[in-house]
Design a protein around this ligand. Structure first.
Ligand code: DOR
Length: 433
């Protein structure tokens, strides 16, 4: 099986490549990246010298398959919100070839059976690659540790109680030590619930205007500070999920400058929207951590620009109509993000905040490194996971057309530019427009 992607603008930050090149794929692997790999191409789409399928990529950006390290697939247990099949189809349509899924399913992914179920279901689906993240604590209840060795052997790539903070510092410290002994990071949902319990949105003007209760940004900052201290004390890797505050960005920047093993991600909504998106009580804009102030949005953007934040992850959190078509205080938190993540992120390039190369690094190589995934690169010999992007494509967000079962997006109706048009996994075209 041979495939030739011809003449696209190939951007691979893992190898400092940004050039008009061909990519030759043979038997699911990257065989070569270079100029004129097939010789002269013919007008009928074949080539004089190359005996496989030729894909004209001249007007496209060609990048390593995008990597999203923070996705909720809801399966097992909440299949009305999403399944492994619908979520990994949404991933492909968004340009993602590798996704890591959080353990807040039912049952929680705190044991080998659930991890193995996710992996076998994903293998049956043959869509995006799915990497399970297992729970830090049994039932994500924040008390007893899960069986890390067993879970790591079964295929868990990291540990997290995402959706809930690990408030017990002693548990967090042990978790980080044990996870590291299996070469895995702990992903921390940073929220001091003694400050945020019972709140619906961010503390600030919008909360005052709407009469809704607001969570202060320090509810996040305090836990980021604690986790930095734990990472420093143990010398082990902690990854901070969904950074949303200026304070968290500042703390992570300082920690990195002191060589502490901290990495961080943020999600597109945190560098695009403020809490004003909730002025009309749109439940699709309810998310945890909440949308913050313009100062926070700017700080998150600058954190991406200067490398403080290592990755963009969608925090894809699909919910059903019954979870969202209720009053704001009762609504579930979360945004269905896989199918808008790339185009929303490309706005940072249009606005001159990031270069296109920086953005692609934040969505390929750097998130892959955080979780040690064999992804995010088109080095010769790597698995042939490749995404073709039409950077000029104008489109409108219509959740009804999402592959995801979660139609909950505050970006509904937005006009965006840039879209994945072909997603290749293991050398197979698994999705195309
Ligand atoms: O808004 C959120 N939704 N934040 C989380 O941390 C969890 C997620 C979910 O599972 O719905």
């Amino acid at each position: 099986m041979k495939l030739l992607l011809q003449g696209g603008r190939v951007i691979d930050p893992s190898q400092n490549i940004d050039d008009s090149l061909d990519i030759m794929i043979v038997d699911g692997k990257i065989a070569a990246v270079g100029k004129d790999l097939a010789g002269r191409s013919l007008t009928d789409g074949t080539s004089a010298l190359f005996d496989g399928q030729v894909i004209e990529a001249r007007s496209k950006i060609v990048v390593p398959g995008l990597v999203d390290i923070h996705v909720h697939l809801r399966d097992p247990g909440f299949e009305y919100k999403e399944t492994i099949a619908s979520g990994s189809a949404a991933a492909l349509a968004g340009g993602f070839t590798s996704i890591a899924c959080m353990p807040n399913t039912k049952p929680i992914n705190d044991n080998r059976a659930v991890t193995e179920y996710i992996l076998s279901r994903a293998a049956e689906c043959r869509l995006a690659r799915v990497y399970p993240i297992a729970a830090v604590s049994r039932g994500s209840e924040g008390a007893a540790m899960a069986e890390y060795g067993d879970l790591a052997n079964a295929g868990a790539v990291a540990f997290s109680d995402d959706g809930k903070a690990v408030t017990d510092s002693s548990l967090m410290l042990s978790a980080v030590e044990y996870a590291a002994s299996f070469g895995r990071p702990v992903i921390s949902h940073c929220e001091d619930t003694s400050l945020s319990a019972g709140t619906t949105i961010n503390e600030g003007f919008t909360a005052a205007q709407t009469g809704l209760s607001g969570a202060p940004s320090i509810a996040e900052d305090i836990m980021v500070a604690r986790d930095i201290l734990i990472a420093e004390y143990t010398g082990k890797h902690i990854h901070i999920a969904h950074v949303s505050t200026a304070g968290a960005v500042r703390l992570i920047r300082e920690a990195k400058s002191r060589g502490i093993k901290i990495t961080a991600e943020t999600a597109p909504h945190y560098f695009t929207l403020t809490d004003e998106a909730l002025l009309d009580f749109d439940t699709d804009a309810r998310v945890n951590p909440p949308l913050r102030s313009p100062i926070d949005v700017e700080a998150v953007q600058l954190g991406l620009r200067d490398g403080t934040i290592d990755a963009i992850a969608s925090d894809h959190a699909p919910h059903g109509i019954i979870d969202k078509e209720v009053e704001l205080e009762a609504a579930a938190s979360g945004i269905s993000g896989l199918e808008t993540s790339l185009a929303i992120s490309l706005r940072l390039v249009t606005e001159g905040i990031l270069s296109l190369n920086q953005l692609i690094a934040l969505m390929t190589w750097r998130p892959a490194q955080i979780l040690n995934l064999p992804a995010g690169t088109i080095k010769t010999g790597a698995a042939a996971d490749v995404t073709l992007i039409d950077i000029n494509r104008l489109w409108q967000v219509d959740p009804a057309t999402f592959y995801s079962r979660g139609k909950n997006t505050p970006f509904k109706g937005w006009n965006l530019t840039g879209k994945a048009v072909m997603t290749i996994v293991d050398g197979e075209i698994r999705w195309k427009e």
